[in-house]
Write a protein that binds this ligand. Sequence first.
Ligand code: BTN
Length: 255
Amino acid sequence: QWGLKTKWLGQHMLHKTSTPSTQMLAHNQAQNGSAHGTVIIADEQTNGRGRLHRQWYSHKGEGIWMSMILRPTMEPHLSPQLTLLAATVLAETLKRHCGVKPQIKWPNDILIHDKKVAGILTELQAEQDQVNYIVLGIGMNVNQPNTAFIGELQRKATSLHLQTNQTWDISALVQDILQTFEKRYDEYMENGFAHVKLRWEAFGYKLGEIVPIHTHQNKWYGRLMGIEEDGALYVLDENGQGHILYSAEIEWGKD
Ligand code: BTN
């Protein structure tokens, strides 16, 4: 069904019509020893989860809801690099496959015209300074005809269909994403993070601009400069002082 031309990613593919969350399923599979590169995908999730315990709307056949199991040999503190890698893969694939102009809002929201089309949820299982496994979940809104599904967040969400007026073949997109991911992952393992960083920054949302930033209840203005080796965001404040942020929310979207 997926016509995958990959060496290791998605060679084991578990496809569910409906499941609470591919993320939960992937954790179970990983704990039972599933191989590096196993992919769990569902037509529908009844309890999809986003970052910060948010709900993730995953209606039947309208998007890509999938999680992959990765077993990289790396130190846990570098695992955010994989999330940034995944974001560049989604942006790059959307641009090439669909002709849109995606941007990545730090750390890993994919936006088109300032609205969110896809998100990434990376969950790490580590033991004694070594990664045991990573579950990397990807959610992408593809064929939703409107964003009413998303309730009060609808002015911040979009779908590929809404952006292009086309209906997209989900399995062709999945195939392209997985092939591109495998290629970029292998390059990264061989050559390190420098190229990922450059690619990420080429898609970086409002990079070089001054934007409102929220950290721990504070709102301030800073100029987004780029990302650090460990995935942190580098920002200059109004006094030209540099800040390395590990947790922050960039204010976004058009009101
Ligand atoms: C975010 O932007 O908050 C991340 C969203 C991640 C959603 C995906 S859909 C597949 C996988 N299963 C889940 O329950 N969540 C992730």
